[in-house]
Design a protein. Structure first.
Lengths: 384, 291
């Protein structure tokens, strides 16, 4: 029940300990390495064997649906959750046994976790006060960071008096003012409305560009991940599905789950017709698609995935009656959603297949359409 | 004419659901307000007529006047000790695996009532009790330590019966603090001790003030344990004993009422002082104001 010895030791932070945190802060590290990091809650596996090496200055997004283990991973790095297996290394130093206050990472919480009893200025200064930074320097650094997030005018307000976006910026300022080697962000934009989210996204991007702080960013929004990150880690049910650059993930998802997550909304099972190297020809009752296999051929049923914006939409040509022309699909526009720059159309083929299509071409509901898709935009998987 | 019509309209628009409050209101008036006002008026009636005679008599008689200090001298330290004990216990148990069992054990004294606690303490702490036998056996004391029929008996009983109350109150205040706040403090470099000093404590001030007031009011009106465990004729002649004696030994109801009013006044004074001191600290919600 009573705190163990290392705890008691931590209760009186000696000058030496404060110095050790401060030294680590100024020390520029080369890489952060997660080695088979795992976390169980009882018998439930929240995160199983996450391997990840992050270079200094990188912006990493952990992407996945809720409950995929992304927040667990972040809390493990922050030191708020002990690991059940694996280790975390900052260069040659193993840090997964260190208490959060001795890691010196800056963290932005999902609900911001601002201290409600302290003014904006004192919230931001908190980490510097804990480090024993001289008062004059605290003032200078807090002023500088408040200017960076454009909150000088609100410095003496309590957080409860601020709007969501302002609170968010206080949380970011509080995390970066300590100049941490690593900034951790746990879905920082999820509580903001759509317009503010875009603004804050740009703000985070700008701050990262200016300060070049290594950042791990947790989100369930692929747009956020794509626009912010240098590399994205896609997680599902505690497992790593793919690690790669935004371009890689977007155009070459490693499996069906990642494809689904990256916005490949048209997913359909078809019969296998031909297979040559990684070129596959698939057929259905009224379509014939040639695509690129993203997985080795197996006996399992092939699945073709196509993104809504990869279709070329045109009017059907009467002369070419060949229904089974490769990569050409004919159908009728069922539902047309006007989205300003383009149209989102649900197209129904004669065999009852429903396709989601995005096109700048003006489409009217009920119209017959000819859809064409390039071979390299049809991805084929063999899911279990 | 118009006023009569508007009155009729008002009667017609009157929401009859409000009438459901009536039984409760009746009870409050009859059980609380009526006796209070009755006592207040009664306290001003003297043998000669009406006036402040009873109050004058109380404050000019040292024997009576000193009961205020006697009571404060028992109830204030007991309250302080209660809060000081309850805070760390609540803090440690707030996320403990066995919190429910612990809470149950700690809350049992509430269900027992003061008389049973007094009875138990009389046996346990008495000259022939376990504690003294143990002390004698271990040669820690040459003669039995006197812990009953004096100040310490009443004090201990107040701590025992008041602790669970303070504990439960503080536990609920503590669990109301967003756990992300101390976590945020930790990532900013605050050790567990500094997390407590800089995050928990400031946010707990309102809870501590309320817990203090409620515990104090309970302790100040101590009666059974002061009689059973204390020395009701001398060192633990608390103010409630003075009121009891006036009412049921002297049959001087007006005097007893006056003492009751003085008692209420002292309690009110302490409560107002404590609650007013809260304004020196942060008093807002212990979680984020907005999401």
């Amino acid at each position: 029940m009573s705190p163990a010895l290392p705890n008691a030791e931590r209760q009186t932070p000696s000058a030496k300990q404060i110095k050790s945190v401060d030294e680590r802060r100024t020390q520029i590290f080369q890489q952060l390495r997660l080695d088979r990091v795992s976390r169980k809650f009882g018998s439930a596996v929240a995160l199983s064997g996450l391997d990840l090496t992050i270079q200094a200055g990188e912006f990493i997004a952990l992407l996945g649906p809720s409950g995929c283990g992304k927040s667990t991973a972040l809390n493990c790095v922050a030191g708020l959750l002990p690991l059940t297996a694996g280790s975390i290394w900052l260069d040659q130093q193993r840090i997964d046994q260190l208490a959060p206050e001795r890691r010196g990472f800056g963290m932005v919480f999902q609900n911001y976790a601002l201290f409600p009893h302290l003014t904006v200025r004192r919230n931001v200064a908190f980490g510097l006060v804990m480090r024993g930074v001289p008062k004059k320097e605290i003032r200078r650094r807090v002023d500088a960071v408040l200017e960076l997030v454009q909150l000088q005018a609100h410095a003496d307000k309590l957080p409860g008096r601020l709007s969501g976006g302002q609170q968010q910026r206080v949380a970011i300022a509080r995390a970066i003012v300590i100049e941490p080697p690593l900034v951790l962000m746990d879905e920082p934009l999820s509580n903001l409305d759509a317009k503010l989210r875009l603004e804050m996204r740009a703000e985070i991007k700008r701050i990262h560009r200016d300060l070049q702080r290594t950042t791990i960013y947790v989100t369930h929004d692929q747009d956020e991940a794509l626009s912010l990150a240098d590399r994205i880690v896609v997680l599902n049910e505690g497992r790593t599905l793919q690690i790669g650059s935004p371009e890689e993930l977007y155009s070459r998802p490693a499996n069906l789950q990642v494809a689904r997550f990256m916005g490949y909304r048209n997913i359909f099972e078809l019969g296998l017709e031909q297979f040559k190297e990684n070129r596959v020809v698939l057929t259905g009752s009224d379509i014939c698609l040639e695509g690129i296999a993203r997985e080795p051929l197996t006996t399992r049923r092939p699945v073709a995935v196509i993104r809504p914006d990869d279709f070329l939409v045109g009017a059907p040509e009467m002369s070419t009656g060949s229904l089974n022309m490769r990569n050409v699909i004919c159908g009728q526009a069922e539902i047309v959603e006007y989205c300003g720059r383009d149209y989102l159309v649900d197209v129904l083929t004669s065999s009852g297949l429903l396709l989601h299509v995005r096109t700048p071409r003006r489409v009217v509901a009920g119209e017959r359409l000819r859809l064409e898709v390039p071979t390299e935009r049809v991805l084929v998987f063999f899911p279990e | 004419m118009t006023t009569a019509r508007s009155l009729a309209l008002r009667v017609k628009n009157f929401d009859q659901i409000v009438l459901l409050v009536a039984p409760a209101l009746f009870l409050v008036v009859m059980l609380f307000l009526y006796p209070f006002l009755f006592g207040l008026i009664l306290s001003f009636s003297t043998h000669g007529g009406t006036g402040l005679g009873n109050y004058e008599r109380f404050f000019t008689t040292a024997f009576q006047r000193e009961t205020i200090w006697t009571t404060l001298w028992i109830s204030l330290p007991a309250t302080v000790i209660n809060i000081a004990l309850a805070l760390p216990v609540a803090f440690v148990t707030r996320r403990h695996r066995f919190q429910r069992i612990l809470t149950t054990i700690l809350v049992i004294p509430i269900t027992l009532g003061t008389v049973l606690i007094a009875d138990g303490l009389l046996i346990y702490l008495g000259p022939q009790g376990w504690l003294n036998r143990l002390l004698l056996l271990a040669h820690l004391s040459a003669s039995p330590v006197r812990l009953t029929h004096n100040y310490w008996g009443v004090f201990l009983s107040l701590v025992l019966s008041g602790f669970p109350f303070a504990y439960l109150l503080l536990l609920s205040y503590l669990t109301g603090i967003d756990p992300a706040l101390p976590q945020a403090a930790a990532t900013l470099g605050a050790s567990p001790w500094r997390q407590f000093i800089h995050v928990y404590l400031p946010l707990l001030i309102p809870g501590l003030a309320i817990a203090f007031c409620l515990s104090f009011v309970q302790a100040f009106s101590v009666f059974p344990s002061a009689v059973l465990l204390g020395a009701p004729a001398g060192p633990t002649r608390v103010i409630s004993i003075a009121a009891y004696q006036a009412a049921f030994e002297d049959y001087d109801y007006p005097m007893a009422s006056a003492i009751a009013m003085i008692m209420a006044g002292v309690q009110l004074l302490v409560v107002v002082l404590v609650l007013a001191s809260r304004s020196l600290f942060y008093r807002g919600p212990a979680t984020e104001a907005k999401g």
